[in-house]
Ligand binder design. Structure first.
Ligand code: SF4
Length: 424
């Protein structure tokens, strides 16, 4: 009788698949390490468990869909009015990644000086650490984001559910505003057509009621988030927790986010107000697990009391007043609020980006401004010039740190931050 081998048949993986799996493991390792670091902090208490758990569990779109019981719609940046998604029972998930391992595994043909955030997104999609759903909305904000639709995993969207919305770069111009209103009306039509497979046909009346309800839900989230921001101004919210909370906004139902932010605020209310030098953090976004800049600021004993990051205090849209408006007027108000309220430095005129800094100066004892610039992020590179010029006359001291997702420059950045701190 011949011997039967007990060995399992070995499946030969293609080189691409081996690399993909390796990249996925590295992304997971980086995520676990960052979470361990957060959990080891002396200011980690049970009310923060919820936020940590959102990043521990399956973070991909499947995890979000399971948690929320909703169809996930990927969004880029902040320009697609989120109320429209909630109104139609979608769970919008902002596509982002702070993983260096993901950026490193991005296709090698991408430009070396590409925005690390976008590179990490493409690497994460490629390695499978971010799964692609069947619906994605990309507003044409910066050039990297606009070009994303033709790259990587996004190419597979063609014909499925990729909606590009043209975001005008002029503010206060009637033609630009009208064009944006049209884009957002078109987005609503696109979303309702798809959602009607789940919800049945949506009449104008029902659409209006649904949007008003969604506005109220977002209003409550904004209220909770604003309370958290007030505590931050007193130096009672450590920057790491603030960023993690802001980053978690899209990972669960907004009602749960609101409830958990209120619980976290209760915790922070008991924290001793800050004793370090207070700073305003500006520039390119900061996403988990890349909290390098936050770690360095903390080591240099600089306390973040305010920011204008699209990953931080800017995550929620401005409040929209609801009157007797019909559906179209309501959608127009949401569109206008996003366009007029948008503080991204992608417009032809960006002086209004100084507003939040002056406002925060009145609310908190700010000594300086730290500008976090991701290499390859051209909008913020230009924005630095506006800030430097506009704030040069104030008592605030400024520093620009140009960096990426790697850790090699940490020593150098720390030395500069320490010297900066000494001048405050
Ligand atoms: S604005 Fe900057 S950080 Fe944001 S996607 Fe564009 S290049 Fe990247």
């Amino acid at each position: 009788m011949s011997e039967i081998s007990q060995d399992k048949p070995t499946i030969k993986l293609s080189r691409r698949e081996r690399l993909r799996r390796k990249a996925l493991e590295s992304v997971e390792r980086e995520r676990s390490k960052a979470l361990e670091r957060l959990k080891a902090r002396s200011d980690y208490y049970p009310p923060l468990d919820y936020f940590v758990s959102l990043f521990e569990g399956p973070e991909g779109l499947k995890g979000v869909a399971q948690r929320t019981g909703r169809e996930v719609a990927i969004t880029m940046c902040l320009q697609a009015p989120i109320e429209l998604f909630w109104a139609l029972d979608y769970q919008p998930v902002r596509l982002r990644s702070g993983a260096y391992a993901a950026a490193r595994s991005a296709p090698s043909r991408l430009p070396a000086l590409m925005c690390p955030l976008l590179k990490a997104i493409l690497g994460a999609v490629d390695s499978g650490s971010i799964s692609m759903g069947s619906l994605a909305i990309i507003p044409t904000t910066c050039d990297w984001t606009s070009g994303l639709a033709s790259l990587g995993g996004f190419k597979d969207f063609s014909g499925l559910g990729l909606e590009i919305i043209e975001f005008p770069r002029r503010k206060g111009a009637a033609r630009a505003a009208e064009s944006w209103r049209n884009e957002v009306r078109g987005l609503w039509t696109f979303l309702t057509q798809r959602a009607s497979k789940r919800l049945g046909p949506i009449s104008l009346k029902e659409g209006r009621v649904r949007i008003i309800e969604a506005i109220k839900v977002i209003d409550r989230a904004r209220e909770a988030f604003e309370s958290l921001i007030s505590l931050r101004r007193q130096g009672q919210v450590p920057a790491h927790w603030f960023s993690l909370i802001a980053d978690s906004f899209y990972l669960d139902r907004v009602e749960r986010f609101t409830e958990k932010v209120n619980e976290a605020s209760e915790l922070f209310r008991g924290f001793k107000p800050y004793a370090e030098k207070g700073i305003f953090l500006s520039g390119s976004p900061v996403f988990f697990p890349n909290f390098k800049i936050l770690n360095l600021l903390e080591e240099a004993r600089l306390t973040v009391l305010a920011d204008d990051l699209c990953s931080g205090e800017r995550i929620l849209p401005k409040k929209v007043a609801v009157g007797d408006d019909d559906l179209e007027a309501l959608i127009d108000s949401l569109a206008e609020s996003v366009h007029e309220g948008c503080l991204c430095p992608i417009f032809t005129e960006n002086k209004r980006r100084l507003g939040p800094v002056f406002e925060a100066q009145n609310q908190a004892p700010l000594k300086g401004l730290v500008f976090n610039l991701l290499k390859g992020c051209h909008p913020y590179e230009m924005d630095w010039l506006t800030l430097e010029e506009g704030l040069g006359e104030t008592i605030m001291r400024l520093i620009k740190l140009e960096t990426d997702y790697t850790s090699e420059d940490e020593g150098n950045l720390f030395t500069r931050l320490e010297a900066f701190g000494a001048t405050l």
